[in-house]
Ligand binder design. Structure first.
Ligand SMILES: Nc1nc2c(c(=O)[nH]1)N[C@H]1C(S)=C(S)[C@@H](COP(=O)(O)O)O[C@H]1N2
Ligand SMILES: [Mo]
Length: 386
């Protein structure tokens, strides 16, 4: 990351996190991604560019509900913690978080709740994500738990909400873009971080630098970017985009297209089991008879993936794939397996993961919901065998 301070030669230090030198628009920083919206900027990753073990910034999808803050200064950044269920509200300088609290690093899967939205029918509003709103990067920071404990958690604590420094599209400085969070149990997990590094670097501005909440395995909307305030709530947090159709699905399944009353919607928690073929790229050509090594990632929200199956005959038969253990809880898992094609022609490779509890991915769309969340249908790629 080139910081403006470094560019100006003002010396080392935490520096200003800014868009890289010369880039005037976020899209220029993400030349490999498919832009779904310019304002707010939203872009997804083609499946074959998610092949890395840990997603680099270059290939990480971007999901913004508002406008990216203007260049922000890590040297003066502070995090306030308060809320009705906080015993001693206080503020921490970013530098203090970095020096006074122990650091922890985890690979954490962040998938947008709306990943796969484009396939729902009847169609639903919002960014039309296909398969590319998922990442698994190496996040480093302090445990949210350690900070909450430093402030004192009241007995009646229920939820932790976040506030970020992004700007509302309307330009109204008093309007909050998004303020979501996680229940207290999730907040207290080892892996829930207040992070200041991504893949060994300061967090890039587009991904919430200089400070971000990271709650892996949950809809990524729970992981607040540009974090400056946390509230320990005595009730389910009621910030922007906690209610209505936002990040909520019918508590009881509904027929496609049916309107759903507010009180019948439930907040999404752990994301469902899913997998993605990241190699080869869909449309690959392959010689008949040769083994083709197919690989990808599988993840299952709060759970471990137990197995991944692969089919080359449109789901008639399945073979078991090698599957690695996650490097830590909430990290995606690598699967890799050789497949053979006995004759030339058009083939598809399908993959299907199953979690520890025996739940597997559906072949077709799972339950329709008003905003098109939680589509974990099987991924498939095309292979032309010659
Ligand atoms: N402050 C803030 N945090 C946010 C958002 C946002 O718009 N503003 N979007 C959320 C959503 S919906 C997603 S999917 C992830 C996207 O993270 P990324 O852009 O780093 O991939 O950030 C979450 N955190
Ligand atoms: Mo999201």
């Amino acid at each position: 990351m080139i910081t403006r301070r470094a560019v100006l030669g003002a010396g080392a230090g935490l520096g200003v996190v800014a868009l890289a030198r010369g880039a005037t628009r976020p899209a220029e920083l993400k030349p490999d991604l498919v832009v779904l919206a310019e304002r707010p900027f939203n872009a997804e990753t083609p499946a074959h560019l998610l092949d890395e073990d840990f997603t680099s910034a270059r290939y990480m999808f971007v999901r913004n509900n508002g406008l990216v803050p203007n260049a922000i200064d890590a040297a003066t950044w502070t995090l306030e913690i308060g809320g009705e269920a906080c015993l001693e509200p206080r503020a921490f300088a970013l530098a203090e978080l970095q020096s006074d609290y122990s650091h922890h690093a985890y690979a954490l899967t962040l998938e947008c709740g709306g990943n796969g939205r484009s396939e729902f029918f009847p169609p639903v509003p919002g960014n039309q994500w296909t398969t590319g709103a998922v990442s698994c990067a190496l996040w480093r920071g302090v445990r949210l738990r350690d900070l909450l404990n430093a402030c004192g958690i009241a007995e009646n604590a229920v939820y932790v909400g976040y506030y970020g420094r992004d700007r509302h599209l309307s330009g109204d400085p008093d309007k909050v873009v998004i303020s979501r969070g996680v229940p207290i149990d999730k907040a207290l997990q080892d892996e829930t971080l207040v992070a200041f590094e991504m893949n060994g670097e300061p967090i890039p501005l587009l991904h919430g630098g200089p400070l971000r909440l990271v709650a892996g395995g949950w809809p990524a909307s729970a992981s607040g970017k540009w974090l400056y305030r946390l509230v320990i709530r005595d009730r389910v947090h009621d910030g922007a985009k906690m209610g209505g159709n936002s990040y909520r699905v019918p508590c009881e399944p509904v027929a496609p297209g049916v309107p759903v009353a507010d009180e019948d919607l439930c907040i999404i928690e752990s994301m469902p089991v899913k997998s993605l073929i990241t190699w080869p790229k869909s449309g690959a050509r392959h010689p008949v008879g040769d083994a083709l090594q197919v690989r990808g990632h599988a993840w299952a929200g709060e759970f471990v993936v137990k197995r991944v199956l692969v089919s080359t005959d449109f789901g008639q038969t399945w073979q078991s794939s090698a599957l690695s253990a996650p490097v830590n809880r909430l990290a995606w898992q690598r699967f890799s397996t050789p497949v053979q094609f006995q004759q030339p022609g058009y083939f598809e490779v399908w993959c299907r993961a199953e979690d520890k509890l025996g739940r597997s991915q559906p072949m077709v769309l799972p339950g329709w919901n008003p905003k098109g969340y939680l589509n974990n249908a099987c991924h498939r790629i095309a292979v032309q065998v010659a």
